[in-house]
Design a protein around this ligand. Structure first.
Ligand code: C5P
Length: 320
């Protein structure tokens, strides 16, 4: 049996970097959001043993360094089962970093294997396997709008944003995530930081957003001003930002320029996703997003229009 699965991408709506930890990772606070852009994976298990990755995109590794391979190995071990796992990846997402493509592929493999083998894994076991492979795998076991803490692997579903039209821009630049973290650390050493303050600040904004409907404001107040009307604009006003921009834009000025271009093309909000190089802009309508894509492409950028994917749609559309 072969199971076909959509592997959706994510963007980060706000990301704060905290202190470096003894294990080499950094404390993080981020809001992940799944989006409609996706790869398609076909996963099957035949008699025999071993793992085979098929992908025509030469930038995708086909050996044990592929996150899908790692997940397949662990799932087969965890289920104490044998067989030859074949994973066929139809790469449609840009491979530039920031969209969590490889992480999403790995989680899609895990979900497909459960279906192929008709053996569900306990949810906590799935989260454990995902977190072991990478910090931004577990979010794809939740989908929609997801709060990420610790090194980003501890994930909690939060009330979904409605579907928001967005434009994803993929500049032809590769940004190394460990290097971006290292640059961040060296800058923090120069100006000793209230590192936890920065995270607490975003934490307070998110907490205020989540508790808003219960905050005792006069009835009707939030209908006029609050998140019932436009949760996204509320967060934008609250100043969500991605700390990586501070280290990535000085090193790659073209990415800062790309962000300004997205804003000029009509975005209500634009940001680097993760450590980049992918950037995204959020738009008031599908029409304005489509117009922006046309304009950006004319200027030579690689841009795609999509829409953010709330949790329910995410799970409804994963299997087809
Ligand atoms: O977990 P993941 O494989 O995505 O992390 C890649 C690298 O990014 C890590 O080896 C680490 O250098 C850095 N990282 C970090 N702090 C995090 C997440 C990642 O320093 N919270």
């Amino acid at each position: 049996m072969t199971v076909t699965v959509r592997s959706f991408a994510k963007i980060n709506m706000g990301l704060r970097i905290g202190p470096a930890r003894p294990d080499g990772f950094h404390e993080l606070l981020t809001l992940y959001q799944t989006i409609g852009l996706h790869d398609v994976l076909r996963v099957s298990v035949a008699r025999g043993s071993g793992i085979e990755i098929r992908c025509t995109d030469t930038r995708v590794p086909r050996d044990e360094s592929n996150t899908c391979w790692k997940v397949a190995e662990r799932v087969m071990q965890s289920l104490r089962t044998k067989g030859r796992v074949v994973i066929d990846i139809d790469k449609r997402l840009p491979v530039q970093g920031g969209l969590g493509g490889a992480s999403a592929n790995a989680v899609a493999t895990l979900l497909a294997l459960e279906q192929v083998l008709r053996r569900p894994l306990p949810p906590a076991e799935k989260l454990r396997i995902a977190a072991e492979i990478g910090s931004d795998l577990p979010l794809f076991l939740v989908g929609g709008t997801v709060l990420g803490v610790s090194r980003g692997e501890q994930v909690y579903p939060v009330p979904d944003f409605p579907a928001i039209p967005c434009v994803v821009l993929t500049p032809d630049v590769g940004v190394s995530t460990p290097r971006a973290f290292a640059t961040w650390d060296s800058q923090q050493k120069l100006t000793p930081p209230p590192t936890f303050d920065r995270m607490n600040e975003l934490g307070r904004e998110l907490s205020a957003w989540l508790s808003e409907p219960y905050s005792g404001a006069p009835s009707g107040f939030w209908k006029r001003r609050g998140r019932a009307e436009n949760p996204l604009l509320w967060l934008v006003r609250a100043g969500i930002k991605n700390d990586f921009e501070e280290v990535v834009f000085p090193e790659y000025p073209e990415l800062g320029e790309a962000k300004r271009t997205v804003m000029r093309a009509g975005a209500k909000y634009a940001s680097l996703s993760g450590s980049g190089s992918t950037l995204y802009g959020l738009f008031p309508s599908r029409e304005t997003a489509a117009r922006a894509v046309k304009k950006l492409r004319k200027q030579g950028w690689t841009a795609q229009a999509t829409v953010t994917l709330p949790r329910r749609q995410y799970w409804r559309r994963i299997f087809r």
